[in-house]
Design a binder for this molecule. Structure first.
Ligand SMILES: [Fe+2]
Length: 346
């Protein structure tokens, strides 16, 4: 793994201020002053880490302005919950799930995932650029111990107080890989939640258990209900943090969503998950079906070669390139600076 310097976000410990002022800075899983090596080490040791203020607040706030194109604001939603739901989501057909969870207590309810939007996102493009933000790339390459990493999951999600019961049982995510969880380089992948709004105790901070506290459970167990192992629930910790924080966890980590309790509350985040390239058994999204969208073209034309490679674009020097393909690519993306690809062809 290359040497990486420790780095402090925003020069003062990130948008939450100095790490010592963080309400949860004493928690071993909360890395308040963003030291990427320490964050990656915590991820490897405990299975999860909350990097408080990894992305600076100004960058988040500039991008969040475009969220209004995707989701109702908290004020819009809570002023007319039924109307916003009808206007934005329509009337979905009844669920055909074989098992319907009771309305109370932990469960996996389809409405928990009703508000979501896949990459590429509309607007100024600032939301799209968050996927390849240098601080996120640095954390992902450090955690994975590799430079040839790619994004494999990218979607915006929203939750609103009262929309549904968001509480889930403890579980591991088995929907990112064909294989059971396996931890250890070079086979890992990093599931990431970039907070686009402040996540407080009242706005449903994900609860997670250190892998040190779950060794008695096979990560392949689909779920653990509270009555089955109260001690496991007693060892869970909330990942509350200011916007700009990144929650990173492994697929062998037991975790769960909880309900929003803050009146008029909402929570917005960006799922941004990374893997080492060429791990075809790991995946979540494919975006080529959006390759003809203006949002994708704008993303390409605003990116460096390195940033495009993170989305699966072939790098300069890849054997797919020849002069004719570069000319065609220039016609498709007229404002993309193709000099690195042309120079690699010589
Ligand atoms: Fe999950």
């Amino acid at each position: 793994m290359p040497e990486r310097a420790s780095r402090e976000a925003s020069g003062s410990g990130g948008p939450s201020g100095p790490a010592t002022e963080s309400p949860r800075a004493e928690d071993v899983n909360h890395v308040g002053t963003v030291d990427v090596e320490r964050a990656a080490a915590t991820w490897r040791e405990h299975g999860w880490v909350l990097c408080e203020g990894l992305v600076d607040r100004d960058t988040i706030d500039a991008a969040v302005a475009d969220l209004a194109l995707v989701f109702p604001t908290p004020e819009q939603y809570h002023a007319d919950p039924d109307g916003e739901r009808r206007r934005r989501l329509g009337t979905p057909p009844p669920s055909d799930e074989a098992y319907v969870w009771p309305p109370d207590g932990p469960g996996f309810r389809p409405l928990q995932h009703a508000w979501k939007r896949d990459f590429p996102f509309p607007g100024s493009g600032a939301l799209n650029r968050l996927l390849v933000h240098p601080a996120i790339v640095e954390l992902m390459t450090s955690a994975l111990g590799a430079d040839d990493v790619v994004v494999y999951q990218a979607q915006l999600t929203a939750k609103y107080t009262g929309f549904t019961n968001y509480e889930q049982p403890l579980h591991t995510d088995r929907n990112h890989s064909w294989l059971p969880a396996r931890h250890g380089p070079p086979w890992d992948h990093v599931e990431g939640f970039l907070y686009l709004s402040d996540v407080t105790d009242g706005t449903a901070p994900t609860r997670l258990v250190s892998v040190r506290d779950s060794v008695r459970h096979d990560p392949g167990e689909p779920l653990v209900l509270p009555a089955w192992d109260p001690e496991l629930y007693a060892s869970e910790r909330p990942a509350a943090g200011p916007r700009g924080s990144l929650l990173a966890y492994r697929n062998d980590v037991f975790h769960r969503a909880v309900d929003l309790t803050e009146p008029g509350g909402a929570r917005f985040l960006l799922n941004v998950s990374y893997k080492v390239a060429d791990r075809d058994w790991i995946g979540y999204h494919a975006w080529q079906s959006h390759a003809n969208s203006s949002e994708w073209v704008a993303f390409v034309e605003g990116s460096t070669a390195r940033e495009l490679v993170l989305l699966g674009f072939p790098p300069p020097g890849h054997r797919v390139w020849d002069a004719a393909l570069l000319d065609a690519t220039a016609r498709r993306y007229p404002n993309l600076d193709l000099r690195p690809w042309r120079e690699a062809l010589r």
